[in-house]
Write a protein that binds this ligand. Structure first.
Ligand SMILES: Nc1ncnc2c1ncn2[C@@H]1O[C@H](COP(=O)(O)OP(=O)(O)O)[C@@H](O)[C@H]1O
Ligand SMILES: [Mg+2]
Length: 237
């Protein structure tokens, strides 16, 4: 039997306390197998980013259990969570979050350095994989949004993490550019045991997923396998 990449059981996250407490996640339970392209779909404020940040070990849980790549992370110390992130997850964000004073190559190499040798060569290799070799020396401000997001994808996979977490990665892009980024993200699951967990409020994007988990008011309200995902190039929104 394959070991699941993510197992959440009765996971709850409450921000603040007393009168200002917000229950962002309420008793969330699900399992994700490796190699799936999973979309987490829900309206604004439903808890998508909170759940992604939980899986990425950016914040401690309030209660419940969360196992990622075989490691229980819900109650981990800050230091252990940092170490866990380093080895296990890559991130892609809506607004790219590149370092503006570093070139594309340097942005990717910076993360490659954290995880071993040959950072320069691995950065070049990933930039080639996302089709940006000719922009390696450019700064983020000299690139289009789509190109910056390609750099961010290269950075997200340069550690070869088993899990790539993407928070509204096409939210700032036009339709055509968004499709090419989705296609690229999907291709990163192929031929490798990488799982992509993509958060969006856009139900059209869910059509390309292998699996769609629906979230509303911090609760899972749907969980469906998609046996015939639509290719990214055919999505219309
Ligand atoms: N750091 C935080 N402090 C307090 N409340 C938060 C924080 N982050 C998120 N929330 C609240 O948790 C709920 C879910 O937010 P979020 O996960 O960002 O939703 P989504 O990504 O689906 O738009 C919202 O009510 C939001 O206001
Ligand atoms: Mg969000």
């Amino acid at each position: 039997m394959v070991q699941p990449i993510v197992v959440a059981h009765d996971l709850t996250k409450i921000y603040g306390d007393g009168d200002t407490a917000t229950e962002a996640l309420s008793g969330v339970t699900f399992t994700i197998d490796p190699g799936e392209f999973v979309v987490l779909l829900g309206p604004s404020g439903s808890g998508k980013t909170t759940l992604l940040n939980q899986i990425g070990a950016l914040e401690p849980a309030t209660s419940g259990s969360l196992t990622v790549n075989g490691v229980e992370i819900a109650g981990m110390s800050d230091e252990d969570r940092t170490e866990f992130r380093r080895s296990t997850v890559g991130f892609v964000f809506q607004f790219y979050n590149l370092v503006p004073t570093l070139t594309a190559h340097e942005n990717v190499a910076l993360i490659a350095e954290i995880t071993g040798d040959d950072a320069e060569a691995r950065s070049d290799c990933k930039l080639e994989e996302v089709g940006l070799t000719d922009r390696a020396g450019h700064f983020p401000g000299q690139m289009s949004g789509g190109q910056q997001q390609r750099v961010a994808v290269a950075r997200g996979i340069v550690k070869d993490p088993p899990l790539l977490l993407c928070d509204e990665p096409t939210g700032a892009l036009d339709l055509e550019t968004g499709r090419t980024i989705l296609d690229l993200l999907k291709s990163t699951t192929q031929g490798e045991d990488r799982t992509v967990f993509l958060v969006t409020h856009n139900s059209t994007i869910a059509e390309m997923a292998d699996r769609v988990i629906r979230l509303r008011d911090g609760r899972i309200v749907g969980d469906d396998v998609n046996l015939a995902p639509t290719p990214a190039a055919e999505l219309r929104w």
